[in-house]
Design a protein around this ligand. Structure first.
Ligand SMILES: [Ca+2]
Length: 320
């Protein structure tokens, strides 16, 4: 039996690849895709998600959700993914419309109808936070919540301290991390270094010659250039597909451990920082009061390392 999945996304170029991986995976049954304001505005993200679903020949419903973060101003990333979020390749509009109903309702209904649901979040956590606020009981129906977000004990990508998805809506992230959901945190650092796709690997994927392979590489060329400029590394980082790989095949995460994790919401300097209690000192007397909420709702599973060849093989299989 395929596992029921729900994907929450601000569909830009790396989200699109992650969606393809899930839709094409034999063990995943994607019940719904929910979109949220993030890398691109809400409508653009929904359009990109619909385009990607159609490219896969699927009919997965795409719901639109929050048009802005809970309290912060929207902050998009066109400079990274292109104005349309898909590298400005002039892809045609999708033929289908978004599904009727709000993404937050869709998350609640999908969780209630599918005990054991796997939620994969590829975006700011606004929709998920709103769903949990309206229906805290859905926590019990979610077997895994794989979060592409944060940076565990390392540098951020949008500020020195924070990764984009968490930084964008830190209040929402804090609610989700305090909710009791079984969170598996896949930080953006896991797509760096040898996990990146280098030019020879991108050429090899494009040479597969399928529409999905060409799309996956082409729509990420703007992100590739922006990424090289930002990091100085010579490859394309694909944070959302790496998180999706871990969601589809948990064995791809080769080193993980459970810790209390808090989200910084007060400081402007470290807004959205994922503070990981790597040495498990938060139960100590001096820390306990501040960490009480995070400790009470259980620990987050932090992914520290991935099996790079396995992640790349899964990516290739999904585009073949
Ligand atoms: Ca994303």
């Amino acid at each position: 039996m395929p596992r029921p999945f729900l994907i929450d996304t601000d569909t830009a170029s790396d989200d699109a690849v992650a969606i393809i991986m899930a839709l094409r995976h034999p063990d995943a049954d994607v019940k719904a895709i929910t979109t949220v304001c993030g890398n691109v505005p809400l409508e653009q993200g929904a359009r990109n998600a619909l385009y990607t679903v159609e490219l896969c020949g699927a009919e997965t419903p795409v719901y639109m959700g929050a048009a802005r973060p809970l309290t912060r101003e929207p902050a998009h990333a066109e400079w990274f993914h292109g104005r349309d979020g898909l590298g400005d390749m002039n892809y045609p509009p999708p033929t289908r419309q978004p599904a009727q109903g709000h993404a937050v309702e869709a998350i609640i209904e999908t969780a209630r109808a599918n005990p054991g649901l796997t939620i994969v979040t590829l975006a700011p956590l606004t929709n998920i936070a709103l769903a949990l606020a309206n229906a805290p009981d859905i926590v019990n129906n979610v077997s895994r919540c794989v979060v592409m977000g944060g940076a565990a004990c390392t540098v951020g990508n949008v500020t020195p301290a924070a990764e984009y998805n968490i930084w964008c809506d830190p209040e929402a992230a804090r609610m989700v991390f305090h909710s009791g959901l079984p969170i598996e945190m896949v930080g953006w650092e896991l797509c760096r270094g040898e996990a990146m796709l280098y030019p020879d690997e991108m050429a090899a994927i494009r040479a597969l010659g399928t529409p999905l392979a060409e799309f996956a590489i082409d729509c990420n060329q703007a992100a590739f250039k922006a990424s090289v400029k930002q990091s100085g590394e010579g490859g394309l980082g694909l944070p959302d597909p790496v998180a999706m790989a871990v969601a589809l095949d948990p064995a791809i995460c080769t080193r993980k451990s459970r810790h209390a994790v808090e989200i910084e919401t007060q400081s402007e300097l470290t807004r959205g920082m994922t503070v990981v209690d790597q040495l498990n000192v938060t139960g100590d007397e001096r820390n306990r009061a501040l960490w009480e909420r995070a400790l009470r709702r259980g620990n987050v599973q932090v992914c520290w390392e991935i099996d790079v060849p396995a992640w790349k093989a899964l990516l290739r299989r999904s585009l073949t």
